[in-house]
Design a binder for this molecule. Structure first.
Ligand code: NAP
Length: 504
């Protein structure tokens, strides 16, 4: 089936209890291809009773899934990733048509998603606790890992499949059931993607209810969901965290970023400029860990700007299914928001060296030019707020200390990049930058085996790596006395010699 036919088939559908079915919702949202502005499908705003049903089913299914042994769970997860490999081309095409990123970026995202599934299939069966040195003779003291129960995964539009798997694979490998709430802008590709899960896993272990904030809010507020893995903007993340706090419900909050990118004189400027252009413009700048604030040493500022402008001009902008490096922003609303940030930066005194507007000849679709700005100062809004669009603002700095201080002068703390060949600067940057990930000459890289997540307002908790597995597990302490002996070393009656003897 073609991607467009798949959009029609999956319109208004939910995944509940292992079955895809039409929603009874009276409200539906249009799915708009951001490169053409064509309506390609409809997404249901699930009803309250559909959400309730998904929660009920998940609780039942989780009990069975939790009893499945770890090897079987691993084999099933590998089978899911194998199935996804076969459908990757159509999934990638759907992702491009639904949210705009280039086909290459969509295909890569599918690959990263599969890699996370395979990683957690194995890591999830590798270690279930540890044996402790006993504190009491003849006893056995150890910890075991328990699942949390029903995990709700609330997703943003920018990396809907990869983030789904970073969280769902870890949650499933730990014995949880999951309910996915995709962004309205990427629900149909998510429904397609989840077909591989429902084909392999027991019914109800993975479900999907579509809709807007109300659906997310209901899943968060329910007493019968046990953990919320949220990825999205700060304001929504705050609402989720506040609602979770009422019931001490565990939550993972992966929120917005405004990552710094430092360029020092020892950096190879040709490579730093290419890394900067990629870090700022990949996925049209809609990356939580995109490079958004550039601090460039005054000695190399002008040369770096010249080179990065040349790189920005090389980026081919167009429909993600054509020969292009950068697609449109995901929606009209996102482009309006982004254009407002650029316009306010100019009003505050920033100078647009290239870009700044909409690309010529692309009259339909939510395209924006790759924009490089100079004369940017640390106080400007653009250096203090996520832009989530293709803009590269450059601020000149006098030295390394100033660069680090400005990089840290932020309420965000997701990732941070530095380009330098100076060993001392590299080591100091890793130690001193207030971020979850520091990239030295290696912008925006991920590794399934290493934890990803932010500090400060960029969020709390970690995905990926061993830490990302424990995000979805309880640790339980077990203490066993096989002989069921009397514990006279501390039980009643206390010995006379242990009583207070008075002042000697
Ligand atoms: P968003 O507007 O905050 O939405 C995120 C998700 O939350 C969507 O599914 C949204 O539903 C849902 N939602 C809205 N209101 C809710 C509520 N009251 N309760 C529960 N869920 C609710 O974010 P976005 O615009 O989709 O994504 C962009 C943001 O995500 C950026 O700020 C980016 O930095 C961040 N992000 C962070 C990371 C990270 O790892 N730190 C990774 C990727 C993206 P609807 O949109 O369907 O209404």
């Amino acid at each position: 089936m073609t991607a467009l036919a798949e959009f029609q088939r999956l319109s208004n559908r939910l995944l509940i209890g292992g079955e895809q079915r039409a929603s009874r919702a009276s409200t539906q949202f249009d799915v708009i291809d951001p490169a053409t502005e064509d309506v390609v499908g409809k997404v249901a705003d699930s009803t309250e009773s559909e959400v309730e049903e998904a929660i009920r089913v998940a609780n039942k299914a989780q009990k069975v899934w939790n009893k499945t042994n770890a090897l079987t769970r691993a084999e099933l997860l590998h089978e899911v990733s194998h199935l996804l490999r076969e459908t990757r081309p159509v999934i990638a095409e759907m992702l491009t048509r639904e949210m705009g990123k280039t086909y290459k970026e969509s295909f890569d995202e599918c690959t990263w998603a599969m890699s996370a599934i395979d990683y957690y299939a194995e890591v999830g069966r590798a270690e279930w606790g540890k044996v402790l040195g006993p504190a009491t003779d003849g006893q056995f003291h150890y910890t075991i890992k328990d699942p949390l129960g029903v995990v709700v995964i609330i997703l943003p539009f920018n990396y809907p499949l990869c983030l789904l798997c970073w969280e769902a694979a870890a949650a499933l490998a730990s014995g949880n059931a999951v309910i996915i709430k995709p962004s309205e802008m990427t629900s149909l590709v998510t429904m397609k993607f989840l077909e591989a899960f429902s084909a392999v896993l027991p019914p109800g272990v993975v479900q999907c209810v579509t809709g807007g904030g109300r659906v997310g809010g209901q899943l968060v507020a329910s007493r019968d969901t046990h953990m919320i893995a949220f990825t999205g903007g700060i304001e929504t993340g705050q609402k989720v965290a506040q609602a979770c706090a009422t019931d001490f419900k565990r939550c993972l909050i992966e929120a917005s970023g405004n990552d710094p990118f430092i360029v020092m004189p020892s950096a190879p400027l040709d490579i730093a400029a290419r890394g900067a252009s990629f870090g700022a413009f990949i996925n049209c700048g809609q990356v939580c860990a995109a490079a958004e604030r550039f601090y460039v040493h005054e000695k190399v500022h002008d040369e770096f700007v010249e080179r990065v402008v040349a790189e920005a001009k090389k980026v081919r902008i167009g429909n993600g299914l054509a020969k292009s490096d950068m697609g449109p922003l995901a929606s009209r609303k996102e482009r309006d928001r982004y254009e407002g940030i650029v316009a306010r930066a100019v009003k505050e005194g920033a100078r647009v060296v290239t870009g700044g507007g909409r690309p010529a000849g692309l009259n339909r679709g939510f395209f924006a030019e790759c924009t490089v700005m100079t004369n940017v100062t640390p106080e400007m809004e653009i250096m203090n707020r996520e832009s989530f669009g293709p803009v590269l603002p450059v601020c000149k700095v006098k030295n390394f200390d100033e660069a680090i201080a400005l990089a840290n002068r932020s309420r965000y703390g997701l990732g941070a990049t530095i380009y330098t060949k100076d060993l001392e600067e590299s080591m100091r940057a890793v130690n001193e930058l207030e971020a979850g990930m520091v990239w030295v000459n290696a912008p925006l890289l991920d590794n399934d085996a290493g934890p990803f997540g932010g500090r400060k307002m960029s969020g709390m908790g970690r995905q990926l790596g061993a830490e990302g597995l424990d995000t979805f597990r309880h640790t339980k302490l077990a203490m066993i006395d096989p002989a069921a002996s009397a514990h006279d070393f501390w039980w009643f009656p206390y010995k006379d010699s242990e009583m207070y003897q008075g002042k000697k």
